[in-house]
Ligand binder design. Structure first.
Ligand code: NAD
Length: 289
C-alpha cells in the first residue's frame, strides 16, 4: 500500500519503519523529527496525497484537528485516515465526520504497548470506525501490532483506551498505597506480593508490573523507575478520561482522585520523568498529614 505517515516521534518513527520494512511505500512527515531511513515529504498534505492510508501519530486532539485540516483535502476520496494517537473522544468523532464529508473513512486506533511495543511491532490497537475501513487497515495493524480489537463506531477506540487506562491508574495507586501501608505495618514486601498476587487483590499492576523493586517480574521499579510508561502519559490519559466523563455525565470519583494524585506527582514532585509506578516511593515517604 501507499502510506502517508504523519508524526514521526517516539512511537510514530518505529511504526513507520516497520511498515516500510514490510514492503509498503511509506512517505513520512513531521514538523520536527527527521528519522533516518524513511522517505520524507515537505508537508503533511504532500505525505497524504495519493496515499491509500494516511496514518497520524500525534501528541493531542488539537494537533490532530490542525493536521486533519491540512491532510483531508489532499486525500484521495476512498482513502482511509488512521489516527493512532491518544486524543479526546470528541476530537476523534469530529475528525471522523470531517473525513466522511470528503469521502474518506477514519479510524481512531489508539495503542497500548509503549515505545517497546512500537519498535517490536507488538502494539495492541483499540479501534473505532466502520467495519470496511477496519478490514482495509487490518494488514497494517498486523505489522505494527499483535492485536487489533474493533470496538464499534467512531470514537470507541479512544473510549476503550481511556477506560482501560483509568482502571490502570486507579489500580496502580491502590497497589502502591497498599505496599506503603504494608511497610508501615512491618509486612515484608515479598510476603505481601506472594499473598496478594495469588489472592483477590491481584491485578496487572501487582502481578505483571509490580511497583516494588526486587519483587515479582522485572519492571521499571527494578530500573530506578525509569519509564516504562511515564507518569506524565498516565496523567494525560486520566485527564482525557475525566474530560470524557464530564461530557457524558458519568460519575467517576476514583478516576478524579487518581487524576488529582498524578497531577500533583507529575507537576510538583517528579517533573514528568518517572514511571507511573513511582507512586510507591512517593507514598513511602509520606504520612497521613
Ligand atoms: P512524541 O512527542 O514523541 O511524537 C509526536 C510527534 O508529532 C513529534 O515528533 C512532533 O514533532 C510531531 N508533531 C507535532 N505536531 C505536528 C504537526 N502539526 N505535524 C506533524 N508532526 C507533528 O509522542 P509519542 O510518544 O510518539 O506519542 C504519540 C502519541 O501516542 C500520543 O498521542 C501518545 O499519547 C500516544 N502514546 C504514547 C505512548 C508512549 O509510550 N510514548 C504509549 C501509548 C500511546
Amino acid at each position: 500500500m501507499k502510506i502517508g505517515f504523519i508524526g514521526l516521534g517516539n512511537m510514530g518513527a518505529p511504526m513507520a519503519a516497520n511498515l516500510a520494512d514490510a514492503g509498503h511505500a511509506v512517505t513520512g512527515f513531521d514538523t520536527a523529527a527527521k528519522p533516518e531511513g524513511l522517505t520524507l515529504a515537505t508537508s503533511a498534505a504532500e505525505a497524504a496525497s495519493g496515499a491509500d492510508v494516511v496514518i497520524t501519530m500525534l501528541p493531542n486532539g488539537d494537533i490532530l484537528r490542525a493536521v486533519a485540516d491540512q491532510v483531508i483535502p489532499a486525500m484521495t476520496p476512498g482513502a482511509v485516515l488512521l489516527d493512532c494517537s491518544t486524543v479526546d473522544v470528541a476530537s476523534a468523532r469530529d475528525v471522523a465526520a470531517q473525513a466522511a464529508d470528503h469521502g474518506n473513512q477514519m479510524l481512531d486506533a489508539p495503542v497500548s504497548g509503549g515505545i517497546g511495543g512500537a519498535q517490536a511491532g507488538t502494539l495492541t490497537f483499540m479501534v473505532g470506525g466502520q467495519e470496511d475501513a477496519f478490514a482495509t487497515a487490518k494488514p497494517l495493524f498486523d505489522i505494527m501490532g499483535q492485536k487489533a480489537v474493533h470496538c464499534g463506531p467512531a470514537g470507541n477506540g479512544q473510549a476503550a483506551k481511556i477506560c482501560n487506562n483509568m482502571i490502570l491508574g486507579i489500580t496502580m495507586i491502590g497497589t502502591c498505597e497498599a505496599f506503603a501501608l504494608a511497610d508501615k505495618l512491618g509486612l515484608d514486601r515479598q510476603a505481601m506480593f506472594d499473598v496478594v498476587s495469588t489472592s483477590s487483590g491481584y491485578s496487572w499492576t501487582m502481578n505483571a508490573y509490580c511497583p516494588a523493586p526486587g519483587v515479582g517480574p522485572t519492571s521499571p521499579a527494578d530500573n530506578d523507575y525509569k519509564p516504562g510508561f511515564a507518569a506524565a502519559l498516565m496523567l494525560k490519559d486520566l485527564r482525557l478520561s475525566q474530560q470524557a466523563a464530564e461530557g457524558a455525565d458519568a460519575d467517576t470519583p476514583l478516576g478524579q482522585a487518581a487524576t488529582e494524585l498524578y497531577a500533583q506527582f507529575v507537576e510538583a514532585e517528579d517533573q514528568g520523568h518517572m514511571d507511573f509506578s513511582a507512586m510507591l516511593p512517593r507514598f513511602e515517604k509520606r504520612g497521613r498529614g
